[in-house]
Design a protein around this ligand. Structure first.
Ligand code: ZN
Length: 147
C-alpha cells in the first residue's frame, strides 16, 4: 500500500440550472461538458463552480479554459455583495472562461497559496495612499511607510 498516494479529488456537486437536481460530477470530467443525470441538459454552462482544497488542482488539470477564482468568506460583506455580478459574468463567459469560488475560511491551503495576506496599507490623515500585498523585507516596508 502506497502511503504517499494523494486521496482522489472530491467530486463536484453541481446544481442543474434547468431542473434543480444536484449532480455529482467527477472533477476530472470538468472539460467534457457533462449533462444533468435527471434532465439530460448540459451542466456547467456558464455556472460558477465551488471548488475546495480537495479538488482544485484536479479541476485545473481538467480544463483548458482560463480560470478566474473568487476567494470569498461568509463574513465578508463586499464578497457577498459581488456574488450576483460574479454569477452574471459566469453566464456571459460560458465556454470562454471558468469562474470559480473558493471559500477561504474552509480551504486554508488554497488561501495560503493565492493569498493576498499580508497586505500593507499606508494611510495619511485617514486616507489610503498606497497598498502592497505580499511579504516584504524591512527596506521595502520602510519605503512603503515613508512613500
Ligand atoms: Zn437537470
Amino acid at each position: 500500500m502506497d502511503q504517499t498516494a494523494a486521496p482522489p479529488p472530491s467530486p463536484l456537486h453541481v446544481p442543474c440550472t434547468h431542473c434543480g437536481a444536484t449532480n455529482r460530477v467527477p472533477v476530472t470530467r470538468l472539460g467534457e461538458a457533462p449533462n444533468c443525470g435527471r434532465c439530460g441538459k448540459p451542466l456547467l454552462q456558464g455556472q460558477v463552480l465551488e471548488l475546495s482544497d480537495a479538488n482544485f488542482d484536479a479541476a485545473m488539470a481538467a480544463t483548458a479554459l482560463p480560470v478566474l477564482v473568487d476567494f470569498w468568506a461568509p463574513w465578508c460583506g463586499p464578497c457577498r455583495a459581488m456574488a450576483p455580478a460574479f454569477a452574471q459574468a459566469a453566464g456571459q463567459l460560458a465556454g470562454k472562461a471558468l469562474l470559480v469560488k473558493v471559500n477561504s475560511d474552509d480551504n486554508p491551503a488554497l488561501s495560503a497559496r493565492f493569498a493576498v495576506l499580508p497586505t500593507l496599507v499606508r494611510l495619511q490623515g485617514g486616507q489610503e495612499r498606497a497598498r502592497q500585498s505580499g511579504a516584504l523585507p524591512a527596506g521595502a516596508i520602510v519605503a512603503l511607510a515613508t512613500g
